[in-house]
Write a protein that binds this ligand. Structure first.
Ligand SMILES: [Cu+2]
Length: 292
């Protein structure tokens, strides 16, 4: 009994009307341009209405440093899409053009040196490029210029924040303008004003000195695109240059105990003149009450 595996069925094949290949390429000709146009329209119109898509989920940056981080994020996505499209394209090509067409065993090779070198070297180049841009931007974001315009001492404690402006002394006690953080009772909405206020000016360099008096916290303002741990006995520092007005809520982003989720603060990025007015009002108030 022979299985006669090589025999083809007689009569017309189900897909052979007009030939299998021409039909497939006809379908591709019809659908691929249409799909490309729809994709292009979706991409471009989404970009026109809002650049949320082009930011790929990153917040709207309000500092110079955040813009650099968002650009790095976008660049990483572009690189990932390029690699993805190349890989998907190769897979689709393999599926379409190298289908099994008979039982003939393909030419067997033990190795293909050029291809093996290629797929070893290319990933190293990709890692190198990503590493270069990441290291360059990290150095920029971590830079601490010598003479910041405004210094803010940030003190984390269970479960609130205190913001001190050491350049702006309160006369009565030679202390500094301080925004004390009473523990918030979580009675939101409407009572956000209980939260301690961090106010910083647009267009000036702002240095944050982060310290904790109890456990590890972490300081996070979402549109700064940045967070940094606040560690007992290990002061941390970073610097930003705000570029746009912003009002919102900052957070502790290190689980630090029972009321970690209530460890919020208000953030206001305002024009420099408005910032000075606010500082003057704080000084006057703290002087009249005998300092903080
Ligand atoms: Cu905390």
């Amino acid at each position: 009994m022979s299985l006669n595996r090589g025999a083809r069925p007689r009569g017309p094949e189900p897909r052979s009307a007009g030939g299998g290949r021409p039909r497939r390429s006809g379908l591709a000709r019809r659908w691929v341009p249409g799909a490309a146009i729809v994709a292009a329209v979706l991409l471009t119109t989404t970009g026109c209405q809002s650049n949320a898509f082009t930011r790929m989920g990153a917040p709207v940056p309000v500092t110079k440093q955040a813009k650099v981080i968002v650009t790095l994020w976008q660049g990483s996505w572009v690189a990932a899409w390029c690699v993805g499209i190349l890989v998907w394209g190769l897979i689709v090509c393999a599926v379409i053009f190298f289908r099994k067409r008979s039982d003939r065993v393909p030419h067997q090779v033990r190795y293909n040196l050029p291809i093996e070198i290629l797929y070893t070297v290319v990933p190293f180049i990709m890692i190198g490029v990503l590493f270069y841009f990441t290291a360059r931007d990290e150095n920029y974001v971590d830079a601490l210029p010598a003479h910041p315009d405004v210094v803010v001492n940030v003190i984390g404690s269970q479960w609130t924040w205190t913001f001190q402006y050491p350049q702006y002394k309160v006369r009565s006690e030679f202390g500094e303008v301080t925004e004390l953080g009473p523990q918030w009772n979580g009675d939101i909405p409407g009572n956000e004003n209980q939260l301690p206020l961090l106010e910083v000016p647009i267009g000036e360099t702002v240095r944050f000195n982060l310290t904790s008096i109890d456990v590890v916290h972490s300081f996070w303002v979402v549109p700064f695109a940045f967070k940094r741990d606040v560690i007992p006995d290990h002061p941390n520092h970073f610097e930003v240059t705000p570029t746009a007005a912003y009002t919102g809520i900052g957070r502790c982003t290190e689980l630090c105990g029972l009321y970690h989720s209530r460890m919020l603060f208000r953030v206001k990025v305002v024009p420099a003149a408005q910032f000075r007015t606010w500082i003057a009002a704080q000084r006057a108030q703290q002087n009249s009450s005998g300092g903080v």
